[in-house]
Design a protein around this ligand. Sequence first.
Ligand SMILES: Nc1nc2c(ncn2[C@@H]2O[C@H](COP(=O)(O)OP(=O)(O)OP(=O)(O)O)[C@@H](O)[C@H]2O)c(=O)[nH]1
Ligand SMILES: [Mg+2]
Length: 449
Amino acid sequence: MKFVDEANLRVQAGNGGRGCAGFRREKFIPFGGPDGGDGGNGGSVWLRAQEGINTLADFRIERLYKARSGEAGSGNDRTGRSGDDLFIPVPVGTVVRDAETGEQLGDLKVAGQELKVAQGGKGGWGNTRFKTSVNRAPRQFGPGLPGEQRQLSMELKVIADVGLLGLPNAGKSTLISAVSAARPKVADYPFTTLYPNLGVVNCGQHRSFVMADIPGLIEGAAEGAGLGHRFLKHLQRTGVLLHLIDIAPIDPQADPVRDALAIVDELERYDPALAAKPRWLVINKRDLMPDDEAEKRAREIVKGLKFKGTVHLVSAATQRGTRELAEAVMRFLEQRREAAAAEVVEAKARAALPRPAALPRPAAKGAARKGTPGAAAAAPVSRGTPRPNVQSRRKARPQAVIKAESKARLKAKAKSRAKAKVKAKVKAKARAKADAKGRSRARSRRGRA
Ligand SMILES: Nc1nc2c(ncn2[C@@H]2O[C@H](COP(=O)(O)OP(=O)(O)OP(=O)(O)O)[C@@H](O)[C@H]2O)c(=O)[nH]1
Ligand SMILES: [Mg+2]
């Protein structure tokens, strides 16, 4: 299948279902009231990183992805069925952007990672929701909100620990075939490799890393020479770059030093962060000449480049020095991983440290001014020192005192209750007297009439 690492697609989430405006109609139940159910929610659109997919080629064919809409609500308070969410599988390492705003929506780096790219519309309310004490027969209902629509642009940046970099014919594909099970095409003409290949390099139990072989890079790639520099994005996630140099190029006018500098220049022009990555020199095809001459030439290349980093002299075709190279890369990656893990642990420990004790509280204003002993007592109390709470203060007093106090409290309560009773009795008597008086007055008035 064709390797495609860029794709555009449109996603459309489902619309919310319409709410229902219905009334309960049943024999012997007049004015049954509103019974319209809500509409169902529309389905959302998600992207899910899935292993086993290596390209975005599928998105060249199908460009519109639609989630199901929610169904309308119905009478008898029945809510409409919600639309199912739509999950679109994408390769691990896909960077997703909103094509219109350019905003990065997410980076799916791990298998199983999911990203919501369009939110489904909410279902509308049925008329039951609108009933109030003053509006008992509402005819309103919610129409349901439309689902989100988005134009997405996706870019695949393969996830690899190590990237191979070099001119065409330097032997990149030969090296990846020597150290991993990947079998890309190898031939003695430039641009044999047309798309990135990944290979897993095994260095023992639970010790492995992923190597990426990309198409060769030539001078002027930034202007589109050769295959351009668009494949360099596949090196952006790597931890170390292996820069392959052919020790004996076929072209008699070729100069390994000048060509290597041109490649570094291309890296710089594409992304300075990529140029700043750890880069090792791998001088290849040592089998083409005797050992002492190969070593001499390698020294000249390193000197010409004024290179200070790690250098390996190998032969990818005969696999001489390739195992050692893979082992060195593995150790380097392990050290990086350990350093990163130690950093995480340190950050966690820093977060878990107790907060430093607050500054001592200022002394009470009046006491400080007067210079009374209260000032001295108040000053050393800091927020870090525990203050005696109510319970501990109570514990400090003898049990007998506490009992006596509670007894006195109970007595006082009973006394006040008795007083209130007496008061209420007096009030009731007075009311009864007043009533009787009123009644006799009314009787005498009637008698006079
Ligand atoms: N003698 C010798 N030949 C080698 C060695 N490594 C690679 N070659 C040859 O060099 C040629 C190019 O090798 P490739 O692995 O296709 O080179 P590449 O860097 O992948 O080239 P592109 O894919 O075109 O960028 C092939 O004919 C290989 O057989 C080596 O160590 N010694
Ligand atoms: Mg190749």
